[in-house]
Design a protein around this ligand. Structure first.
Ligand code: NI
Length: 400
């Protein structure tokens, strides 16, 4: 048995006591998911639950999402905890008893778990207010899934004012329940979502010489852009350019005059994230010009590279180790997936850790964004306890 302090024993006890309520919160939220920037009912529900805990909320001039605070009796540092609140346009296929009732929308990234964890953290920290030598602000952030994302408007509305450290979590279906994953420094990729609209001149399929074929030109553009990855960036510096959608054309016998490409660029370095979009534009323009077509590039949204602060991670490591054992902490690999939590980390110290939710016995082993995504709800306990302990500890360390 680990040597736990009285405070840690209390944290574990209160986190266990809140678990059944957290499962209720999570299942309710899971049944009523809403897509990015449309989290109206989710926001209403969360606010009503927060008000039951006699806390005030601030909407920060935003239609969805809000913040709330636990103000300690002692004047001291302010730290923040963030959860995202949006779901995805996916038709759920889990057959769970509490499966989504909003057809075609699903919490397939676990943001329902994040919300239930943070509601639990709020309730436990309220009981432990006497241990808080400062204050905690909770950010319920909309639109994580859709760049430009909900973090930037929240920051512009002042949610980080006076915040000295921020904590975030993300469930991980590749990590067993009971484990957490961390990494110092660059951890997740930058995102540049962009559209290309290629315009040519339409005409008869059998008379190509009177037209500019937008489809043939688009094919050349798509092919050539992959050479940015292999020929124009440092091979040590990973870059992904993906087109997830392409549309255009009218009929078999009509040459198409307009193609719409929907793409995303991912990188792990700020330099590559600045340079690659410029290269995409240069190459697309040059090919289109050579073929007599034109192209317009529109940036739809950007997330920076996510860089975790080592001091914040160390607080999470120490507390998790002490509560549950160091052997349950894993060093996570870098990924090119993006996350707008990165925007907060550009402004203040902080870190996002991964919460293991994998449990093969209950089929909780499908990847994020799968229509069969299932999580192990027992993970709520581990997430809640470590955030509560880390927040209390962070405030103490920042006070020194
Ligand atoms: Ni997510």
């Amino acid at each position: 048995m680990m040597a736990q302090t009285e405070l840690e024993k209390k944290i574990l006890k209160y986190s266990s006591e809140i678990l059944s309520q957290q499962i209720k919160w999570r299942r309710y939220l899971h049944q009523y998911p809403e897509i990015s920037n449309e989290e109206f009912e989710t926001t209403k529900y969360l606010i009503s639950e927060i008000k039951k805990l006699s806390l005030k909320v601030k909407t920060n001039n935003q239609p969805t999402g809000f913040t709330t605070e636990i103000i300690g009796d002692v004047k001291g540092p302010l730290v923040a905890v963030r959860t995202d609140i949006d779901a995805l346009p996916i038709l759920e296929q889990t057959n769970l008893a509490f499966q989504s009732k909003n057809k075609g929308c699903m919490h397939a990234c676990g943001h329902d778990m994040h919300m239930a964890t943070i509601l639990g953290v709020v309730s436990v920290l309220r009981k432990l207010k006497s241990e808080l030598n400062g204050s905690v602000r909770f950010l319920f952030q909309p639109s994580e899934e859709m760049p430009p994302g909900g973090a930037i408007p929240m920051i512009e509305n002042g949610v980080l004012d006076s915040v000295q450290m921020i904590f975030g979590l993300h469930v991980d279906p590749h990590l067993k329940t009971g484990k957490i994953g961390l990494r110092d420094g660059v951890t997740m990729g930058s995102v540049t979502d962009f559209d290309l609209v290629i315009r040519g001149r339409a005409g008869h399929a059998a008379r190509p010489h009177h037209t500019v074929d937008a489809i043939a030109t688009a094919a050349e553009v798509i092919e050539s852009l992959q050479k940015i990855v292999s020929r124009e960036v440092d091979p040590i510096d990973p870059v992904v350019i993906t087109f997830g959608q392409i549309s255009g054309g009218y009929a078999r016998n009509v040459i198409c005059d307009k193609v719409h490409l929907v793409g995303t660029i991912r990188t792990l370095s700020p330099q590559a994230s600045r340079e690659v979009p410029k290269k995409v534009k240069r190459i697309a323009q040059a090919i289109c010009k050579a073929r007599g077509a034109t192209v317009e590039m529109k940036i739809k949204g950007e997330y920076p590279v996510l860089v975790n602060d080592a001091d914040t991670n160390n607080i999470i490591r120490e507390n998790y180790g002490s509560l549950f054992g160091k052997k349950y902490i894993e060093e996570t690999a870098q990924v090119l997936g993006g996350e707008d939590f990165a925007c907060y980390l550009e402004q203040t110290k902080g870190a996002m850790f991964r919460l293991g939710v994998m449990n093969k016995k209950i089929k909780a082993d499908k990847p994020w964004h799968s229509p069969k995504f299932i999580v192990d709800e027992q993970a709520l306990h581990y997430g809640t306890a470590v955030i509560v302990a880390s927040v209390i500890d962070a405030i103490n360390k920042l006070s020194k």
